[in-house]
Design a binder for this molecule. Structure first.
Ligand SMILES: [Zn+2]
Ligand SMILES: [Zn+2]
Length: 466
């Protein structure tokens, strides 16, 4: 045996890290700590000498047993095209869009194999499916509205089904598709009881923010994060009680597989303990108690404004994405300075909406089936579908493919350990019954950024900051 590290394992000092999605029970364990001597042995592997010529130890033997050190001739590779990819038998996952994807003996990917235990998980955010009408305030609830499928459905649900007084907040980006703009115009005409506010960044701020974002992430889609600094004053002035996120149900589970939020955060008991402790610290510091959702809102606002939340050590959170967004927003100095002031003030006076989540799969008897949702929205909200066929994920942002492309390329090159979001979200969406496996595969093949050639929309993206 000529020993080498299996494909997608990278040695960094004394940590072995896997860039991929491992089989159960190792799905959430992608790093292995090793000793200095083990690390030195691995570093000395030259791909020529036989194992018998190297020193060995207990850890090396275990790594061989676990097939992390393997014979050079059996080393796996990443397929060059989607057509030579190996697919999960149940969903659209494959080892082209997720290099390093491991399938189990039944041919199931880790998403499908873990799904039964994850379906019950809700969200890191409090899930509130019915919001009561509040006579005392101008608005019952606010949402970030983009004209895409998900936010249009949320708007419809809040105004037409729950009959609430809604404040719809739109961050107008240069990347909004013409369909979403038309959809928004139609919705404004139809939902007469809703207030719509639309805002833009100044062109200098926008350029500076996008330039940094491109530098850090090779893409400029930071939807919806600039909406927080843009609208925080409105939310405070109107004393809005709830800011609702109507995520695609697949999104919270994506964060779990990407280890961006640990499983314990989804545990209701842990959440209660955490909130209690958080409020104890606040009271200790002479501040008002915050309710469920307000804590989460404040943590997010502080991370966007300062790079990390107050009271929490940086090394306990792992969210390179939000940190990159903070770095990007920081480029607009005056804009950010004002935002930081407001966030500090919000922490003192506690006047912030609770960030809550509505679970689309819970409020709909047949679940959040994309095809049916689109039909409903066309009929009830004047929603305009994308001109291209099959676009199902993220229907409002023109540069979504660029985000996919950049996430895919840096994961494939092992520069980043973030698994492309839409690769996971599509697989989860298939598992939740939002679309069929075939539709998802078609979407990946014909309408995605999973490719080695940059998408045509790259020009639009670059024009926004050049
Ligand atoms: Zn699968
Ligand atoms: Zn975007």
């Amino acid at each position: 045996m000529i020993p080498v590290l299996e494909n997608r394992w990278l040695l960094n000092d004394t940590v072995l890290k896997y860039y991929g999605l491992r089989k159960k029970p190792y799905t959430f364990k992608n790093t292995i700590k090793i000793s200095v001597s083990t690390s030195n042995i691995i570093k000395s592997f030259d791909g020529i000498k036989d194992m018998s010529e190297y020193r060995t130890n207990y850890q090396i033997k275990k790594l061989i047993r676990d097939k992390i050190i393997i014979d050079i001739h059996s080393k796996k590779s990443v397929p060059e095209t989607i057509d030579s990819a190996v697919f999960c038998t149940n969903c659209c996952s494959n080892d082209y869009i997720i290099p390093g994807l491991e399938l189990n003996n039944e041919g199931l990917c880790p998403v499908c194999a873990n799904m039964s235990s994850l379906k019950k998980l809700k969200d890191v955010l409090p899930v509130v499916n019915t919001i009561s009408h509040n006579d005392a305030s101008v608005f019952d609830v606010a949402l970030f509205y983009t004209g895409g499928k998900d936010s249009t459905f949320l708007l419809y649900y809040l105004t037409q089904v729950l009959r609430l007084k809604v404040l719809a907040l739109t961050w107008h980006t240069p990347f909004m598709s013409s369909n979403s703009i038309t959809s928004m115009k139609n919705a404004q005409r139809i939902f007469t009881n809703t207030n719509f506010i639309s805002k833009k960044l100044t062109s200098d701020d926008q350029k500076a923010i996008y330039k940094k974002s491109y530098e850090l992430m090779k893409n400029t889609c930071i939807c919806p994060f600039a909406a927080y600094p843009l609208f925080i004053d409105d939310l405070r002035n109107f004393n809005v009680k709830y800011l609702v996120l109507g995520n695609e149900p697949a999104q919270p589970i994506n964060l779990l597989f990407n280890r961006l939020s640990p499983k314990i955060l989804y545990n209701p008991i842990f959440q209660t303990i955490y909130r209690t402790l958080y409020n104890i610290i606040r009271i200790f510091r002479g501040k008002k108690k915050l309710i469920k959702g307000q804590i989460e809102m404040l943590l997010l606002l502080e991370t966007l404004a300062f790079g990390k939340p107050d009271y929490i050590k940086t090394n306990t959170i792992r969210n390179p994405l939000i940190r990159n967004i903070h770095e990007s927003l920081k480029q607009a100095e005056i804009f950010m300075g004002k935002f930081q002031q407001t966030v500090k003030q919000s922490s003192i006076d506690g006047n912030i909406p609770a960030l809550i989540h509505i679970d689309f799969n819970e409020i709909l008897p047949d679940g959040y089936v994309w095809k049916d949702i689109k039909t409903l929205l066309k009929e009830k909200a004047g929603w305009n579908d994308s001109s291209k066929e099959n676009i199902s994920l993220h229907t409002s942002c023109q540069i979504e493919k660029c985000k996919e492309f950049s996430q895919y390329q840096s994961f494939k090159d092992m520069n980043s350990d973030i698994i492309p979001f839409s690769a996971l979200e599509l697989s989860i969406a298939v598992n939740l019954g939002s679309l069929t496996r075939e539709d998802a595969i078609r979407e990946i093949k014909f309408n995605s950024g999973f490719s080695d050639t940059a998408p045509a929309e790259t020009e639009i993206m670059k024009n926004a900051f050049m």
